[in-house]
Design a protein around this ligand. Structure first.
Ligand code: SF4
Ligand code: SF4
Ligand code: SF4
Ligand code: FES
Length: 352
């Protein structure tokens, strides 16, 4: 038998076990969430989804609250709005004021909610993080300073990918998401499927292909399904809205990854900025990145790179990277920084 409840004055009936968040979504009522993903287990850490329920003293999290018979819920009451504003202020208190140059800007949930609830940040002062950028691999740029500890990446890696590359370490203010022994992703057993990137609501985990390649509102997204196996993983193909050739001027090859030096900078120029450096890849496709994963959708690297080759026919014959200020032709392995990864994979037991 269905459960009847009222949300924002609208009576509805849902199946037992349905959460208030799901019941609201069925009605088309949008409750903000940061740590919730329908493909992942419930975590209920961010509290952005709090709602007011008649008869309850506190504001429960809608993503974890099961609908009950006769429940009366308000999703945007003054108390709820005040609680969300406080949550956002606390998050922004230790968040870099980086939206002007952040590559996630325009697709960032923290930015969206700050706008929705008109929270500017800066009301609270205190210590801020200064974590180093993990910029040592060709696929993912990890900036823990922007992490809001929603835990989606940790759960995606464990529950979707079946790996446990990422987890929380430390306590309190020093809590961070990291790999075992705090190694860079390149030195971990990460397979660079980007399931974690696909679920990250902010700019803490970024597909390197999108770093320094233009603003999100200059691009349009097309959903495609990978056909390399029967898992049917879904990907976004980002295309530049401007005509081919013009967009290349907006690339930021040199500073694409925040100015990391040495080998990191060479890898940045190679992986993220090849197109900008040469102008040969300034076609309409900017990047192919995974869409939010789901059970049975492993999001493998082969699928992503294969789709990139299919959708981006303008891959230059030879890549170039910037060395000592000069653009130098190198192998694809060197340009993409694949050699250490291949060595590591081939050295594993059972590797062919
Ligand atoms: S992650 Fe979002 S809120 Fe943070 S700097 Fe980037 S766009 Fe701004
Ligand atoms: S890229 Fe894949 S394997 Fe690596 S940490 Fe993210 S989810 Fe885990
Ligand atoms: S890296 Fe992104 S997905 Fe992972 S906990 Fe931080 S904000 Fe959440
Ligand atoms: S979305 Fe409900 S607590 Fe984070």
């Amino acid at each position: 038998m269905g459960i009847t409840l009222t949300i924002n004055g609208i009576r509805t009936s849902v199946e037992p076990g349905t959460t208030v968040l799901e019941a609201a979504q069925e009605l088309g009522i949008r409750i903000p969430t940061l740590c919730h993903d329908p493909a992942l287990s419930s975590f209920s850490a961010c509290r952005m989804c709090v709602v007011e329920v008649a008869g309850m003293r506190n504001l429960p999290a809608a993503c974890a609250l099961e609908a009950a018979e006769g429940m009366v819920v308000e999703t945007e009451s003054p108390a709820v709005v005040e609680a969300r504003r406080t949550i956002l202020e606390l998050l922004l208190a230790s968040h870099p004021a980086d939206c002007l140059t952040c590559d996630k800007s325009g697709e960032c949930l923290l930015q969206d909610y700050a706008y929705q609830y008109q929270v500017r940040g800066g009301n609270l002062s205190g210590e801020v993080h200064d974590f180093p950028l993990d910029d040592t691999n060709p696929y993912i740029v990890r900036d823990n300073n922007k992490c809001i500890l929603c835990g989606k990446c940790v759960r995606a890696c464990a529950e979707i990918r079946g790996l446990h590359i990422l987890n929380f370490s430390n306590r309190g203010f020093n809590t961070k998401v990291t790999t075992a022994f705090d190694e860079p992703l390149a030195d971990s057993d990460c397979v660079f499927c980007q399931a974690c990137v696909a679920v990250c609501p902010v700019g803490a985990l970024m597909s390197r292909e999108l770093v320094g390649r233009g603003r999100r509102w200059e691009m349009q997204k097309e959903e495609v399904t990978c056909t390399f196996c029967d898992s049917g993983c879904r990907f976004w193909v980002y295309r530049r809205k401007t005509p081919a050739g013009k967009g290349g001027q907006q690339f930021n090859a040199a500073g694409a990854t925040g100015g990391a030096g040495g080998a990191g900078a060479a890898a940045s120029a190679g992986a993220a900025g090849i197109a900008g450096a040469t102008g040969t890849k300034s076609g309409p496709v900017v990047a192919v990145v995974p869409k939010s994963p789901g059970p049975g959708r492993p999001l493998c690297l082969k699928g992503r790179l294969g789709l990139e080759l299919i959708y981006n026919p303008e891959v230059p014959a030879r890549p170039v990277v910037r060395k000592d200020g000069q653009l130098v032709e190198v192998s694809w392995e060197e340009a993409l920084g694949l050699a250490p990864l291949l060595d590591r994979l081939l050295s594993r037991p059972g590797a062919i």
